[in-house]
Each structure stands twice: as C-alpha cells, then as structure tokens.
Design a protein around this ligand. Sequence first.
Ligand SMILES: NC(=O)c1ccc[n+]([C@@H]2O[C@H](COP(=O)([O-])OP(=O)(O)OC[C@H]3O[C@@H](n4cnc5c(N)ncnc54)[C@H](OP(=O)(O)O)[C@@H]3O)[C@@H](O)[C@H]2O)c1
Length: 346
Amino acid sequence: MALPDRMKALVVTESGHADSRQDQSLPSLAPHVALEEIALPRPGPGQALIRVHRASVNPSDVAFIKGAYGQPRVKGVPAGFEGVGTVVAGDTPLIGRRVSFFATHSGTWAEYALTDVATLIPLRPDVGDADAAGLLVNPMTAVAMFDLVRQDGADSFIATAAASQLGKFLMALGRDGGIRPIAVVRRAEQAEMLRAHGAAEVLVSTAPDMARQARDVLGRLGPRILLDAVADQVSADLFFAMGRGARWVIYGRLATEPPRLTEPGQFIFLGKRVEGFWLTGWMRETPRARVEAAIAEVQARFADGRWRTDVAAVVPLTEAMEQLPAVYGRGGKVQIDCGGAAAGTE
Ligand SMILES: NC(=O)c1ccc[n+]([C@@H]2O[C@H](COP(=O)([O-])OP(=O)(O)OC[C@H]3O[C@@H](n4cnc5c(N)ncnc54)[C@H](OP(=O)(O)O)[C@@H]3O)[C@@H](O)[C@H]2O)c1
C-alpha cells in the first residue's frame, strides 16, 4: 500500500508539565494542541504504523495536553492515547488487521499513529469501531480494578464519578459478578440510569442528607473498597465512614481541591489504607495470561452487548479544534473521526 509522506494531526504545542494546577475543563483546544500537517512517522523495529479510524477523548488525554498527567508532554508530537485503526506497515504479521491500540510513539489524534507492536489488540469482527476506539483505557481499568474488589472478598464496593464511562462498566461488572456496587454521583438525575447499569445503591454527594444516607448504606452493605476517580472531601469522608481494613483506591483526580485526611488515627488503629491504581503499571506488572484474559473478556462484553460505549459525539479530525470543546464533558464519550474507518465496523 502506498503511504503518503505527510499527515494531518492534532499536535501538542508545549513540552513537559504545566506550572500551575489544572482542572478538567476544556473550554478550548487552542492553547494545548494545533491542527498541523506533519511528516508521516515511519515504523522502526518492533513498531507498527496504523491508519486511525477513530480516537477516544478521555479525561487522561485532556489532563495530558494540559500538562497535568503522569507523563510529560512532547512538543510537536500528536496527542491521543488510544484508538482503533488498520495496521498499514511495520514489524508485525498483523498488517491489514483492524486493531485497538495504545499509541506509544505518535498519538491517535491523527490520520496515522505509531506504536509498539506489543500494544496491538486484534479485534473480533463483532466489536464495532465505537467500542473499539475506547477498548483499552476504561474497559481494562474496570476489569483490573474489579479484580481488586473480587480479591477483597466483600460483597459490595463503592465507586465515585459513577456516571463516567468507566463507572458504568464497573456497575455492570458488579451486578454480573454478584458484588453490589454503591454508586456515588453529584447529580440526582443520574440515579435511575445507574441502577439500570447495575448499581445497588446510589449516593448523591450534593444531597443535604448525604452523610446520613452514606452511613445507612455503608452499614447495610459493608463495602471495604472505595474505587475513587475524584479524590475530594466527599471521597475522604466516605472512606473515613467505612469500616475496619477499608481501602481507598485513588485512580483519578477529577477534583481540583485536594481532601483533608481528618481521621489519621484510622490508618493506625483500623488498618485502613490509601493506594493508587494506574493501568499502565497494571499492564506492566500483571502476568501476560491475566492481561490476555482481560482483553478477551472486554471484547466479549462489547460483542454480546453487556457493555456499550455511550458515544455523545464524533467530530472530524479536521474540525476538532472548533467542535470538540463544545461537546466535551457534557456526558458520554467524545470520539475523533480520523478518516480511516473501514466499512461495516460501526
Ligand atoms: N488510573 C487509571 O489507570 C485510569 C484509567 C482509566 C480512567 N481513569 C480515570 O477514570 C475517570 C473516569 O474516566 P471516564 O473516561 O470514564 O470519564 P468520563 O466518561 O469522561 O466521565 C467523567 C465523569 O466524571 C465526573 N466528574 C468530573 N469532575 C468531577 C468532580 N469534580 N467531582 C465529581 N465528579 C466529577 C463527571 O460527572 P458529571 O456527570 O456530574 O459531569 C462524569 O460523570 C477519570 O478520572 C480518568 O482519568 C483512570
């Protein structure tokens, strides 16, 4: 296949981390990325070039382009951590195959992305591009963190930011695994939707009687793990209201203001723990067989409809600078159409 010399991409405009604390809003893409035409990246040993169909826009992408993620920005390199596309060149027998992938060298917010072949996930034909574009970051994190819940042995767990895409996946995992999820959201109108996804209880953090409701639910269900994407005072208060041996697993930092640890004695006398979860670390440290089983489970869940990605909007790559900020963060996933969609994969 003849490849072009140049491609369109949304490239990062700054290097390193931001000097000041950043929130998760995205009023404009302009200070962080720019639509440019750049040289097509060329795959080296152990690498693959992918014609991108669709790319996800996740909170981690937004944190990254704003200089507030665990990895520093590299000026001039396309943004976008994950996507779906067709392998068009490289050091792999998967050329011509449709794959989900993490872009390790040149990001997915582009016509072409460059990655290590180890990140390529050949796709089942019955998983469409809408689900395949976000097959890794949220689904794999949900499955991996649900392992922690299962290992813990309690028959309930708490998840904050539960109306997020990841939260909805966790609700379904809990329901299907017989472990009752307690959803925490800030908007009461999300409660019914979360119950439909599998939540056993829904706590609304902005409700005036939140503390009393939380005590009641915790007393009845006895969760020992708090899966937390927010890391605010609501999370801290919930954690300190949990029983002996509770674990606060922080995997996101959606809140701008950090919480106060009001009951440090509980770490000493009640054996409570605070820890972090990062999918990148989990992928590195987990036995290959478990990672592959998780990938198979994720694909099976999308294929048979137990999971579905709620796509709020798909914006064309060349119009993302204008269109993306208007639809990001309004509920549901935003994806970028990078122009390489294969027929019949929607
Ligand atoms: N550590 C890891 O490896 C890892 C992997 C994957 C995802 N994550 C994290 O998981 C979280 C969810 O990701 P996603 O893609 O599923 O998100 P998403 O679908 O984009 O949804 C974001 C959700 O966060 C809620 N939210 C935003 N700011 C909040 C705040 N200050 N307080 C309470 N809720 C807030 C929103 O609530 P409203 O509906 O009320 O606006 C929305 O429901 C993110 O923090 C992401 O970074 C971490």
